[in-house]
Design a protein around this ligand. Structure first.
Ligand SMILES: Nc1nc2c(c(=O)[nH]1)N[C@H]1C(S)=C(S)[C@@H](COP(=O)(O)O)O[C@H]1N2
Ligand SMILES: [Mo]
Length: 599
C-alpha cells in the first residue's frame, strides 16, 4: 500500500506534461467557454431539441396495462347522470326527507352568527392566493413535463412508473432524460417549450415563496380574528351535513346559500382540507424533493423518498385543480353576485360592486397569464435573477446542512440509473477512451499552491473513498448508486487551495447542449463535505462512458446537473463572474438554472 503512494506520479508546476498525453491538453479551457443567449430562441433552444408533445395521461394498472385518463371524462358524465338519478330517487324516500329536514346542510351556530362576514384582508389574501396559484400550477406542469413520469420509489425504473404523459421509455441504453422531456402548449405550461425546467422552476419556487408567506399571514390572521370559525368544522355533524348537501345538489334542488354566516358541510370539508391539509402537504412534499434536505434528514427521506414526495405533490395539485373547478362552478351557480360581493367587496349584498372588482381582478389574472410565457422567453435573465433572489435565503440555509447522513446501503442501489446530458464526441476524448484512458490526466489548476496532473493510476493510488448515495436530477428522476473514487478533501489536501479560492470549477470533455465545454462551479466549502468526491467507479465497476468515464463529480447537497461528468480539468477561482456568461455553470449560462440548487 505504501509503495503505491510512493509511486504516485504527480506532475507539479503550472505547465501540462504534454509528453504523456496524445491529444494536446488545453490548459486554458476558460477561454473556450461559450455564452448563453439573453433571449430564448425557440428554434435553437436546448441544443435544438425539436418540440415534442407527450401523450394523454395514463395510469398503470397491474404490471403493464395502461389506463388512459381521458376515459375519466365520459365516466364522470355517466357518473353524474347516475348520481342525479339516484339522488332524485333518494329524496322521494321518507327517511331521506327526514334526514334532510334534520340536517339541512348548514349549521348556523350563535358563534357563526357573531362572526358573520368576510373582512377586506381576507378578500385581498384570497386574490393573492388565486393569482399566485395560476403560476404555481402552470410551472408545476412544466416541471412534470421535463420528466413526464411518476414513481412510488426512489428508483425511477422505466416501466415501473405509475403515471406517464410520455410514451414508454425506448430501449436505447443511452436514452437520456433530456430526450424524454416533452413540451406543453405555450399558455398551458410556463413557459411551455420543451426542457424549460430552469425557467419553470424560478416561477414555481419563486411564487411558492410568496404563496407560503401569504398562507402564513392567512393562518395568523385567521386565528387572531374569529375567521377560523368560518373554515373549521365545529362538530362531527359536518359529515351528515355534507351527505345531505351532496344529495341536495345532485338532486338538482339546491340548498340555501348562507355563505356570509356559515358554509354548508361540503364546503366546510372542501375548504378545511384545502387550507389545512392540501396547503401544508404541498409544502412538505415539495421540500421532500430537495437533495440537501433528503440527504440531511435520511430518517424521513428513507420513507418519504423524492419520488413519493413528487407523486404526493402531483396528487395535491390534482386536489387543488379539482377544487378550483368545483369552487368556481359553485360560485357561479349559487348566487354569483352575492358570492362575488362576499369575496371581492367584503359585503353582503346583491349589488354589482363585487362583480366589478372581480372583473378587474380576473383581467389582471388573464393578462398575467397570457404575458407570462412570452415574457419569460424574452427576458429569461430577469426571471432567473428574480427567482434566485426570492430563493436565496432558502438555498443558503439548505446548503449548509451536513450531508453525511445521506448514505444508503448496497440493497438500495437502483436497478436502472437514467443517463443525462450530451455525450462527449471530440477526437481528443475518443482517443483517450480508445486507449483505456491510459493517457488521461486530470489537470488541476488555478488558485492552488500545488497544481497537479493526475493519471487514473495516480487517482486510484490515493486513499479510496466510497459512498452509496442518491442522485437528484433537476428534471425529477432519481437513483441510488455506489460511487468509488477519491474524496475531494484528499484533493484539497494535495493541491492546497490559496485563501482567495472561493469556487471550484469542473470542466468536462463533453460539450453542453448548445456547444462549448460543459462546466460547473461549486462553492469551495462544499468541496470539504463528507459526501463530495471524484468518482471513477460506479457500483463496483469503472465508470461507464454514459455515466462519465473516466471521472465525475459527486456533491450530494446539489442537484444532478452540477455533477459534472467526463471531467477534464479542475480550476480553483475567486469569482465565477468571468467564466462563460458568469452564472456559475453551463446550464446556468445556457438554460437559466441557478448555481445554488439545493432544492
Ligand atoms: N459533462 C456533462 N456532465 C453532466 C451533464 C452533461 O450534460 N454534461 N449532465 C448533468 C445532468 S443534468 C445529470 S442529471 C447528470 C446525469 O448523470 P448520469 O448520466 O450518470 O445519470 O450528469 C450531469 N453531468
Ligand atoms: Mo439533470
Amino acid at each position: 500500500m505504501e509503495d503505491r503512494r510512493n509511486d504516485l506520479r504527480i506532475h507539479g508546476g503550472t505547465g501540462v506534461d504534454r509528453g504523456d498525453v496524445t491529444a494536446p491538453v488545453q490548459d486554458d479551457l476558460r477561454s473556450q467557454l461559450t455564452h448563453g443567449e439573453e433571449v430564448v430562441d425557440t428554434e435553437t433552444w436546448a441544443g435544438s431539441l425539436p418540440h415534442t408533445t407527450g401523450v394523454a395521461p395514463r395510469v398503470r394498472i397491474g404490471r403493464d396495462r395502461w389506463f388512459n385518463l381521458l376515459w375519466l371524462l365520459p365516466i364522470t358524465v355517466v357518473g353524474l347522470m347516475v348520481g342525479v338519478a339516484a339522488a332524485k330517487g333518494l329524496r322521494g324516500m321518507p327517511a331521506v326527507k327526514d334526514f334532510i329536514a334534520t340536517h339541512p346542510g348548514t349549521r348556523i351556530t350563535p358563534e357563526a352568527e357573531g362572526n358573520a362576514g368576510f373582512p377586506i384582508w381576507l378578500n385581498a389574501q384570497h386574490f393573492f392566493n388565486l393569482f399566485l396559484i395560476t403560476f404555481i400550477i402552470r410551472s408545476g406542469w412544466q416541471i412534470l413535463a421535463d420528466h413526464p413520469r411518476l414513481y412510488w420509489t426512489r428508483h425511477s425504473t422505466p416501466g415501473k412508473e405509475w403515471f406517464r404523459i410520455q410514451k414508454p421509455v425506448p430501449t436505447d441504453p443511452l436514452w437520456t432524460a433530456k430526450a424524454d422531456s416533452v413540451g406543453l402548449p405555450r399558455h398551458v405550461g410556463l413557459p411551455g417549450i420543451r426542457h424549460s425546467i430552469g425557467l419553470a422552476r424560478w416561477w414555481h419556487l419563486g411564487t411558492d415563496v410568496l404563496f407560503v408567506l401569504n398562507g402564513l399571514v392567512f393562518y395568523v390572521l385567521l386565528f387572531a380574528t374569529g375567521q377560523w370559525r368560518h373554515l373549521v368544522p365545529s362538530s362531527w355533524e359536518v359529515f351528515p351535513d355534507a351527505a345531505s348537501t351532496l344529495i341536495q345538489y345532485l338532486s338538482l334542488d339546491w340548498p340555501a346559500n348562507h355563505g356570509w354566516v356559515a358554509f354548508n358541510g361540503l364546503q366546510l370539508i372542501a375548504y378545511f382540507v384545502t387550507v389545512f391539509i392540501a396547503g401544508p402537504l404541498a409544502l412538505l412534499s415539495g421540500l421532500g424533493m430537495s437533495p440537501a434536505l433528503s440527504t440531511k434528514f435520511r430518517w424521513i427521506s428513507k420513507y418519504l423518498s423524492i419520488q413519493l414526495a413528487r407523486s404526493i405533490h402531483f396528487l395535491v395539485m390534482v386536489w387543488f385543480a379539482t377544487f378550483i373547478v368545483m369552487h368556481v362552478l359553485m360560485v357561479f351557480t349559487t348566487g354569483l353576485l352575492g358570492n362575488l360581493n362576499h369575496m371581492f367587496a367584503a359585503r353582503e349584498s346583491n349589488g354589482w360592486l363585487g362583480f366589478v372588482v372581480f372583473a378587474v381582478a380576473m383581467t389582471v389574472v388573464a393578462v398575467a397569464w397570457f404575458a407570462a410565457s412570452p415574457f419569460t422567453l424574452r427576458h429569461p435573465r430577469t426571471v432567473q435573477r428574480a427567482g434566485a433572489t426570492l430563493l436565496r435565503p432558502v438555498e443558503r440555509l439548505f446548503e449548509h446542512l451536513d450531508s453525511s447522513p445521506g448514505e444508503y446501503t448496497a440493497e438500495d442501489v437502483s436497478p436502472y440509473f437514467w443517463h443525462n446530458g450530451r455525450y462527449p464526441d471530440s477526437e481528443e476524448y475518443r482517443t483517450l477512451r480508445r486507449g483505456g484512458f491510459e493517457d488521461y490526466r486530470l489537470v488541476i489548476r488555478g488558485l492552488v499552491e500545488n497544481p497537479v496532473d493526475l493519471s487514473l493510476a495516480d487517482l486510484r493510488a490515493l486513499p479510496h473513498h466510497d459512498q452509496t448515495t442518491q442522485h437528484f436530477c433537476i428534471q425529477g428522476w432519481s437513483g441510488v448508486a455506489e460511487w468509488g473514487g477519491v474524496s475531494m478533501q484528499t484533493i484539497l489536501d494535495l493541491v492546497h487551495p490559496l485563501p482567495e479560492a472561493k469556487w471550484v470549477v469542473f470542466y468536462s470533455f463533453g460539450e453542453g447542449g448548445d456547444g462549448g465545454p460543459y462546466y460547473d462551479a461549486h462553492p469551495i466549502e462544499q468541496m470539504g463535505y463528507q459526501l463530495t468526491m471524484l468518482a471513477y467507479d460506479m457500483n463496483g465497476s469503472p465508470l461507464s462512458f454514459g455515466h462519465g468515464a473516466p471521472l465525475r463529480l459527486r456533491n450530494e447537497v446539489q442537484l444532478g446537473f452540477k455533477q459534472v461528468k467526463w471531467i477534464r480539468q479542475i480550476e480553483f477561482v475567486e469569482e465565477v463572474a468571468e467564466l462563460g456568461s458568469g452564472y456559475g455553470g453551463y446550464n446556468e449560462d445556457h438554460e437559466f438554472f441557478g448555481y445554488r440548487q439545493a432544492i
